[in-house]
Design a protein around this ligand. Structure first.
Ligand code: SF4
Ligand code: SF4
Length: 382
């Protein structure tokens, strides 16, 4: 298993992590089996958005004697009311639900307290106005959570939260189809047929800005909906008009700036293993670029997808990394020191480019790599 930094938290998380939606199968018996399998595969991070008390108890049972082996991302504002899941912005309900979650999970603390499901700017303001953000800060000060997160599908809301420096982790929906769509306050819009009726070109600039801002600001992204609820894996359901594989979806999400891990939902140990098998997949199995380039209804013309198809470079320049740092540098007004440092430690720099153009012939997205190399030299000085 490969482990990545979770933003600036200092936590090292497995790049394949676990969602909780499949754990209710088998009358919650699945839960322990999935945690056993996760440990076996080196998975150390999981998300718990569900307030279902039976599920929380089952997870508490599954964690018994091995709490420290897992980093828990659990949600604040996800409450169980009248026998069902609800999102609440009522502080008293939120407090009770969180205290109850500690009791049911039988843990003293949650690593990442994730403020649950905020897709509208008004709702973000409500979270502040109703004292829910302050409550998360209070929990952090008490050591009941170690870091504050927010889950969202809307890049405008997520960017606002990240830029306010209120959150350290963002749970965000990332896949190549959602990435084409403009911000919306209704998650259903991301998958609506009408949203894909016309030919689509390139990533939504607000999403790109969000990923780059999170990378610059040290906000770690944990990815939900990397398979688009499974639709992306099915040619008939995929809005792209063609299917991707599990490995391609994971590789795409993990190559976005700031992404630390992919939360793979699993309804069985076999499904969990399928995602964990990404770790053993070959470069060609992970390669999403040619699949994206062949989508009939979507194109990413001139836009770097960080796929490394342009390799090898005769000067051994890691073109995808140089381009990622160039984009990060161009995204903000000032060049962040961390970006300059990460660029500086690359083994080979854009300044070594001999403008041979071999890379451009291999790029499926017609990126102007030679121009990018010149830009990188101007910005980084090497
Ligand atoms: S320049 Fe082209 S081939 Fe290279 S990483 Fe970017 S998109 Fe891929
Ligand atoms: S143009 Fe520059 S970056 Fe591209 S292959 Fe040639 S030397 Fe490498």
């Amino acid at each position: 298993m490969n482990y990545r930094e979770l933003g600036s938290t200092g936590l090292k998380v497995s790049e394949i992590a676990m969602g909780c939606e499949g754990m209710v199968e088998d009358d919650y018996g699945m839960c322990k089996k999935l945690f056993d399998a996760a440990l076996h595969r080196g998975i150390n991070y999981f998300d718990l958005y569900s307030p279902d008390p039976k599920l929380r108890s089952a997870i508490g049972h599954a964690l018994k004697g091995r709490r420290e082996k897992f980093i828990i991302q659990s949600h604040i504002s996800s409450v169980w009311k009248d026998g069902q899941y609800m999102r609440s912005r009522v502080l008293s309900e939120v407090r009770d639900a969180f205290e109850e979650s500690l009791r049911l999970l039988d843990v003293d603390y949650i690593d990442v307290g994730m403020i649950h499901y905020c897709d509208a700017l008004d709702d973000w303001n409500t979270i502040i106005r109703n004292g829910i953000l302050d409550y998360a800060r209070e929990l952090k000060a008490q050591g009941k959570i170690h870091y504050i997160g927010l889950s969202s599908h809307n890049p405008q809301v997520a960017l606002k939260a990240a830029e306010s420096e209120s959150i350290e982790v963002l749970m965000f929906s990332v896949n190549p189809c959602y990435d084409l769509q403009p911000a919306s306050e209704d998650v259903e819009d991301l998958w609506a047929d009408e949203a894909y009726a016309n030919h689509l070109t390139n990533m939504d600039p607000e999403r790109e800005k969000l990923y780059e801002a999170c990378q610059r600001m040290g906000v770690g992204i944990t990815v939900m909906k990397c398979f688009g609820g499974g639709d992306l894996l099915n040619a008939e359901l995929s809005p792209a008009g063609a299917a991707l594989t599990v490995n391609q979806c994971i590789a795409y999400a993990l190559s976005r700036p700031a992404v630390s891990c992919v939360l793979a939902g699993a309804h069985s140990v076999e499904e969990l293993n399928l995602s964990a098998d990404y770790e053993n997949a070959s470069e060609s199995e992970r390669d999403y670029a040619l699949a994206l380039a062949s989508f009939p209804k979507i194109s990413w013309e001139g836009h770097c997808m960080y796929c490394s198809h342009c390799a090898p470079c005769p000067k051994k320049i890691d073109i995808a990394s140089v381009t990622k740092f160039l984009n990060l540098a161009q995204a903000g007004k000032n060049l962040p020191e961390t970006v300059r440092e990460h660029y500086a430690v690359l083994e080979h720099h854009a300044g070594e480019c001999i403008q041979c153009g071999a890379c451009e012939k291999r790029c499926p997205f017609n990126v102007k790599i030679r121009e990018n190399m010149k830009e990188a030299v101007k910005i980084f000085g090497l």
